[in-house]
Structure formats: C-alpha cells, structure tokens
Design a protein around this ligand. Structure first.
Ligand code: B12
Length: 300
C-alpha cells in the first residue's frame, strides 16, 4: 500500500518545527521515526506529522519536548485533549463572551467598536483593571484550546494596543512625578502589560516614557539616565523563562543609578522571591501602591 509520506521541508512548514530540531529529536528521543525514500531522504508518515503538530502546540503551553516525546500516545492524547476551560466572562455576558468569536470572524471594525464602547462605558482605569485582564485571559485560553491562531492573537493585541495608546494620549499630562521608564527585556514580546501600567500611572499623574518591548539591558540603563527617570518598570509574561528573570534584574540593578527604583511585574514574576533592591509586582494595583509609597518617600 502506497502511504502518503512527507519530506522534511514539508514537515517543517506543516509543524513549525525546524529541520534540525526534527533530526535532534529523532536521535535523542527516537521520535519522529521517518522512513527513507528512494533517494535515502527522510520521509515522514502523516500520523507522525499529526503527533508533531500536537507536540508543538503543547510546547507552546510550556510543556517540555523531553516529556512530550517520551509520553505514550495515550498520555499525549490526554495532554492534548481540549481543556474544559470555562468561557471567561460568559456568565457575565460581558464583552469577552463576544470578543473571541469576533476575532475568529476577523471582523476588526466590530472588535474595535466592542472594545471602544466598553472602554467609554467603564472609563480607562476600570477598563484596564477589570476588563483588559479578562479579555487577555479569554484570548489566551482560546489560543490554548486551538480555537484561534497566533496571528489572531496579534490581531487582538494590535486592536487593544491602538485603543489604549489613543486613550493614554488623550489623558492630561500630570505633574510629571515620578518619571517612569517602561519596557521589557529581549525575548519578551508581550506589550499589553506595559500599556496597562502606563494607563494606570498616567491617570495618577506620573510621567511615563515607554520604550516598547525588547530593549537590551545596557540601553535600558542608558535611557534611564538620559531621561532622568525615578523608576524603571519591566513586564514579564508567563511565557518568559522564570529562571532568567532574577539574574537579568540583578544585572540591570547594577547598571542603574542608586536613586532609580526598579519594578518588575507580570505573571512571569509570580513565583519569584524579590531581591531587596527590586520591587516585584504580580498585580496591576501593586503599581498604584508602589506609586503612592514612592510619593510618600519622596515627599510628594
Ligand atoms: C497577546 C498574546 C501574545 C502575543 C503578544 C503580542 C504583543 N506584541 O504583545 C503574541 C502572539 C506575540 C504572543 C506570543 C507568545 N505567547 Co502569548 N499571549 C498573549 C495573551 C493572549 C495576551 C496578553 C498579554 O500580553 N499578557 C501578558 C500580561 C499582560 O499578562 P500577565 O503577565 O498576566 O500580567 C498581568 C499583571 O501581572 C499585570 N502586569 C503585567 N506586567 C506588569 C508590570 C508591572 C510593573 C506591574 C505592576 C503589573 C504588570 O498586568 C496583567 C494584568 O492582567 C496572553 C494571555 C494572558 N492570559 O495574558 C498569552 C500568553 C502570555 N502567551 C503565552 C505563550 C506561551 C506565548 C508563546 C510562547 C507562544 C508561542 N509558542 O509562540 C509566544 C512567546 C513570545 C515571546 N517571546 O514573548 C502563554 C504563556 C503561558 C506559559 N505558562 O508559558 C499565555 C498565558 C497564553 C496561554 N494561555 O497559554 N502572545
């Protein structure tokens, strides 16, 4: 029986796993087990390609390839089974119940209108504190369930980013103290945490300077000096390798002036213990507390 086989280039395209990765796994874990075609080239049966796609998706959820590739098919199917995640906000019938379907329909004007209407109905602070987090989770879990693709996550982020930027831009510029530099370290692409913090702090009259995402440590220190900032605030998502966070913060701390505070927040700092010289903040309101204590300490 002539079985459909895929060559390694096609498998790379299909799964998003690099050729080198496929060869290393074959050697290290004994999977995949490609056959050879008449030229001696690797040829992958479709059932193995399906398994590789599943492994790739589960790696995206933070599972390690070693564990996945040595798991039995039954265990892997169990891991890959759609997670019964309750529809976030569905009970409330809130915007999140409608958002994901709109994103999947790629109805961007409707997505933008739904977000804009909710923002104006709730006001910026409430929208950021109560709604954006819920929407982020709804989009993240729809991705995890395989209901939306990575590009659709980008679509959502671009809509939310444009909306928050516009709302922040419309805010009255406050007294300008403290001056807060916002960014992420290289390899951390998630920008929404920064925008949520910028909105909250600007509403309270702080002067925020955002460098966007992925700024090398040396440049963060240079920018902090050039902009005479009082605080550097970083965001780490759950996707960022947590074992890298504290060493990076330590390096940055050493490069910053003693008078400049260093804050780090996001799900990526959740399980970390704060070194004395860095303030770790898991939740958005922590930034407002941080602001109040900074002002107390600096007589503002
Ligand atoms: C949009 C999005 C993306 C977009 C980002 C686009 C952009 N330019 O921002 C794209 C598509 C690029 C993306 C990529 C990836 N993503 Co993503 N992403 C998301 C999503 C849906 C939304 C928002 C987000 O940015 N959250 C991150 C921040 C805002 O949320 P948070 O860390 O919980 O922080 C909260 C508070 O701590 C506070 N906060 C945040 N920062 C700070 C800082 C301070 C100082 C303070 C006080 C507070 C604070 O604000 C938030 C309020 O809720 C989340 C889902 C979710 N639940 O958040 C997934 C999510 C974070 N991504 C995830 C993953 C796995 C990835 C990828 C590895 C997927 C892949 N294999 O490609 C890559 C990694 C890219 C990288 N190197 O950074 C996972 C992480 C899970 C895990 N344990 O690893 C999540 C949780 C989705 C999921 N449910 O699985 N992603």
């Amino acid at each position: 029986m002539n079985r459909t086989l895929m060559n390694i280039a096609a498998v790379e395209r299909e799964t998003g796993l690099g050729k080198d990765t496929l060869r290393v796994w074959e050697r290290r874990y004994g999977f995949p087990r490609p056959e050879r075609d008449q030229y001696g080239e690797r040829a992958y049966p479709l059932d193995q390609v399906e398994k590789l796609r599943l492994v790739k998706r589960l790696m995206g959820q933070g599972l390690r390839p070693g564990r996945l590739l040595t798991a039995s098919d039954a265990d892997l199917a169990q891991l890959g089974a759609p997670v019964a995640v309750p529809e976030v906000g569905a009970a409330e019938g809130g915007v999140s119940a409608t958002l994901v379907p709109l994103i999947r329909q790629h109805d961007l004007p409707a997505v933008s209108n739904a977000l804009r209407q909710t923002l104006h109905r709730q006001g910026l602070q409430h929208f950021v504190l109560e709604t954006v987090s819920v929407l982020n989770r709804a989009v993240g879990e729809a991705w995890m369930r395989g209901e939306i693709e990575v590009f659709e996550e980008h679509l959502y982020t671009e809509q939310m980013q444009a909306l928050l930027r516009q709302a922040i831009g419309a805010l009255p510029q406050g007294e300008g103290q403290p001056r807060v530099l916002l960014t992420t370290v290289p390899e951390e692409q998630h920008v929404l945490g920064l925008l949520m913090i910028e909105a909250l702090l600007t509403l309270e009259g702080a002067r925020c300077i955002s460098l966007g995402t992925q700024t090398p440590l040396a440049d963060i220190a240079l920018a902090a000096k050039a902009q005479r900032v009082d605080i550097v605030a970083l965001s780490f998502s759950a996707a960022f390798p947590s074992r890298q966070v504290l060493p990076l913060l330590k390096q940055l701390r050493a490069r910053l002036e003693g008078s400049c505070d260093l804050w780090a927040g996001g799900a990526g700092v959740e399980r970390l213990r704060a070194p004395e010289t860095v303030r770790l903040m898991r939740h958005l309101p922590d930034a407002l507390e941080g602001l109040a204590s900074w002002r107390r300490e600096h007589g503002h």
